[in-house]
Design a protein around this ligand. Structure first.
Ligand code: GFB
Length: 322
């Protein structure tokens, strides 16, 4: 029997971490031990605490999901924190992975790291071609550095580190804060409250921007594949097909359907729209996994809304104050 594989997942209690935990139970292989850690288990802003975590768990593989993340409005408000907290955490993780001879590190970027002024569809080669959209530049520049770190650690220390670039993610266990969350959890929460109170359901902005949404459990399957089988240090975009891009208005209507909401729907055009689109190509992913089946958007939305409704009163839903 080979040595035990210890897979450490940082951000293990968040949207993606919980999905990886769910999928890893179905896809776990003999000789593997999965360790999911959240901010209560280690302070990844401290190199000492990060190294103590590595000393304790002795990971052979690391999926680095912990990050300061948020939707458009949180990104616009807290650019310094999005820059600093992400850059410090990833620097500590890279250093610990090198020192503890981790066999593979997979970090998580986002399609918002790409240049704002670009040609479409966006592909993996374009990360550093021009400034990102100003609304999330703190986050985008910090995450761009992951790509550079992957190359430097490979060149100097021979490390096997890489990154995935998912499009907008949604699913159970999201952060449902009414102001700072991403659009889907924010709107699920708002639609639920509008239903309860018999008030209109208000969407921020024009509803016209386009996004590609990936279901957290599909993303988890792809991340586990990346960890096990993706051979490159260069990043890979994890996205649904271009034909599956939707408007924010479509998203709102999918929530209305899944929630059986019967009230009025309004758009508050005094609020920001953010980037109009960031259409990404999944050609590289399709080259490796031509037959991967994504959960249809409406089905994934129904599961996500159902999870929120079922858990709303539990006291354990992030961003819900009872
Ligand atoms: O999820 P979101 O903030 O991500 O979506 P981004 C923003 C879009 O949804 C804008 C509209 O067009 C908003 O006007 N929207 C409507 C809302 N209602 C809401 C709402 O209640 N909450 C939110 N948040 N938006 C983020 C980046 O941008 O995407 C991050 O800022 C990160 O850095 C993340 O990359 C994936 O795609 O605009």
């Amino acid at each position: 029997m080979g040595a035990e594989k210890v897979i450490l997942v940082t951000g293990g209690t968040g949207l993606v971490g919980k999905a990886v935990e769910y999928v890893s139970k179905e896809e776990s292989q003999p000789g593997e031990r999965w360790v999911f850690v959240g901010s209560k288990d280690a302070d990844l802003l401290s190199l000492e605490s990060t190294k103590a975590l590595f000393e304790r768990e002795k990971p052979t593989h690391v999926l680095h999901l912990a990050a300061q993340v948020g939707g458009l409005f949180a990104n616009m408000k807290l650019k310094v924190e999005f820059w600093r907290n992400n850059i410090i955490m990833q620097d500590n993780i890279f250093q610990a992975c090198k020192d503890f001879k981790v066999e593979k590190l997979v970090s998580c970027l986002s399609t918002c790291v790409f240049p704002d002024k670009t040609t479409y569809p966006i592909d993996e080669t374009m990360i550093h071609n021009g400034p990102p959209h100003s609304s999330n530049e703190g986050y985008a520049y910090a995450k761009r550095m992951v790509d550079m770190q992957n190359r430097l650690y490979k060149e100097q220390y021979g490390c096997n580190f890489t990154a995935v670039i998912p499009t907008n993610i949604f699913g159970p266990h999201d952060n449902y804060d009414l102001e700072d969350s991403h659009v889907i959890p924010g709107l699920i929460h708002k639609c639920y409250l509008a239903q309860q109170k018999g008030e209109p359901f208000t969407i921020m902005g024009s509803g016209k921007p386009l996004r590609q949404f990936i279901y957290s459990r599909d993303l988890a399957r792809l991340m586990i594949w990346t960890l096990r089988s993706y051979p490159e240090a260069d990043p890979i975009i994890l996205s649904v097909d271009e034909a599956d891009e939707v408007t924010i208005g479509d998203v709102a209507m999918a929530i209305v359907d899944a929630m059986n909401f019967t009230g009025a729907v309004e758009f508050d055009t005094s609020k920001a729209d953010g980037q109009y689109k960031k259409t990404a190509s999944n050609a590289k992913l399709r080259k490796y996994l031509p037959d991967f089946k994504f959960t249809p958007f409406k089905e994934a939305m129904r599961e996500s809304v159902q999870w929120f409704v079922d858990n709303y009163s539990s006291g354990n839903v992030r961003g819900v104050k009872l």
